[in-house]
Write a protein that binds this ligand. Structure first.
Ligand SMILES: [Zn+2]
Length: 177
């Protein structure tokens, strides 16, 4: 009889996709199951959760899962590109690094990573005002572009404007020209 019983509930794994989300959590993002094997929190500071839904909505959640898995993959690619950009920056000709930064920023752009980058490349940036000016301009462009991403569309324009202003100030502070 149990064979014909339908599951009453399904669960979808939700990771908050951002620059700090660990690869394990990202790999489960979107996953659907009747009896979840992975129940968050998976580690300290894990911000994932399981969302319960009825079988009647399975199709909808499956479509959602495809998009979520794609987003998790894009985040992994973004990190790789950003890392390559930082590593390839040497001051002589930043155009290769700039192209990589640009590809990474098509996915997302995080101020925290700019802070990290500026600390890591402190010496190079301090003695290279021209490079600082180029990167300042580039990062300000990315920061403006960031808020045209779909996920920010539902946010109040006033809030977006405040974020944008603060972010740009911070970039100018980090990369003074
Ligand atoms: Zn997690």
């Amino acid at each position: 009889m149990a064979l014909f019983e339908r599951s009453e509930k399904y669960y979808q794994f939700y990771a908050q996709v951002h620059f700090l989300t660990c690869e394990t959590c990202l790999s489960h993002h979107g996953e659907i199951s009747e009896d979840p094997q992975y129940k968050p929190p998976l580690h300290p500071d894990c911000r994932c959760h399981l969302l319960e839904f009825p079988p009647s909505q399975l199709e909808h959640y499956q479509e959602q899962a495809e998009r979520m898995k794609l987003r998790a993959q894009q985040e992994l690619l973004r990190r790789k590109l950003w890392k390559e950009a930082v590593e390839s920056l040497n001051g002589a000709d930043p155009s290769h690094a700039e192209a990589l930064f640009c590809q990474a920023a098509q996915v997302e752009f995080y101020l925290e990573e700019v802070e990290q980058f500026c600390a890591e490349k402190k010496e190079l940036l301090e003695k290279n005002p021209e490079l600082r000016a180029r990167l300042q301009k580039l990062f300000i462009r990315f920061y403006r572009m960031k808020f045209s991403l779909d996920k920010y569309r539902a946010m109040p324009p006033k809030l977006i404007l405040a974020w944008e202003t603060q972010g740009i100030e911070r970039i100018k502070e980090l990369l003074p020209s």
